[in-house]
Ligand binder design. Sequence first.
Ligand code: 3HC
Length: 282
Amino acid sequence: MVRQITVIGAGTMGQGIAQVTSIHGISTRLCDVSAEALADASDRIEASVEKGIEKGKTPASARDQFRRCLTTSTDIEEACQESDFVIEAVPELLDLKASIFARVEQVVSSDAILATNTSSLPITDLASSLQHPQRFVGMHFFNPVPVMALVEVVRGAASSESTVEAAVSLAVALGKEPIVVQDSPGFATSRLGLVIGLEAIRMLEAGVASAEEIDKAMELGYRHPMGPLRLTDLVGLDVRLAIAEYLHQEIGEQFRPPQLLRQLVAEGHLGKKTGQGFHRWS
Ligand code: 3HC
């Protein structure tokens, strides 16, 4: 039974994970270097909890659970030292993640589990610089975390069976459906999701159809809840570009980032979070 969780990184995914853990009554420390990001995250989590209650998806008791269980901190050591589970959700930079886990490992107890929410970076590489790589695992959540059922648990070469089981048990305790996959570039989800997302951008570049029409094609023709360009906007164009660059290097040409994706990211059009991506967001 997990007593206290630290979520590192108060961006979209960190917020969602902290929302889900706190409304399930687990003491949750949300940690970020930016106090402003933490204040913004608390407001957004509260709004999302209220939306869930309003829609009848979240019990009204979640409001009190979230207020009681969620605290924030800009001090990573202080935020982690009492926790038996740490989930990192910072930007997709291997060195940044590795440096965070090196600090976390100094303060957590010897049986604490360390998990990364990376979408694609190798779990085995991230674990390799740790003193106890057997306690390291991937726990890949999906956006929007309170709504999406899946957690992709990624087994690194050194992850122990009990670590994988702990990640699976936590996902179940949070009301999610876990799958366990081997550590392979892009795991199961990002690798497949990127193929469609990148091809949709190439089709837009080639003038095959408008963004609206390409999205409608998959929404109505294939019953995807959201077309691939709108989904890229939701995930963040910068996030998708980082994954594409990594998969291009690891797997091959089918993941080469389209020029239009690079251009939009360079212009700061990152999708929903900036108000403009392939679509305009209000
Ligand atoms: N808390 C709990 N439930 C909520 C909620 C909240 N804050 N907000 C909404 N919900 C529930 C609603 O009640 C509704 O449930 P129902 O379908 O059973 O009625 C459902 O969530 C949908 O909510 P809305 O009606 O507000 O919105 P839409 O119907 O427009 O759906 C969407 C929005 C869920 C985002 C949907 O378009 C969708 O599923 N899109 C695809 C999302 C996706 O593929 N995400 C994965 C991205 S990849 C990723 O994250 C990996 C990363 O590593 C990059």
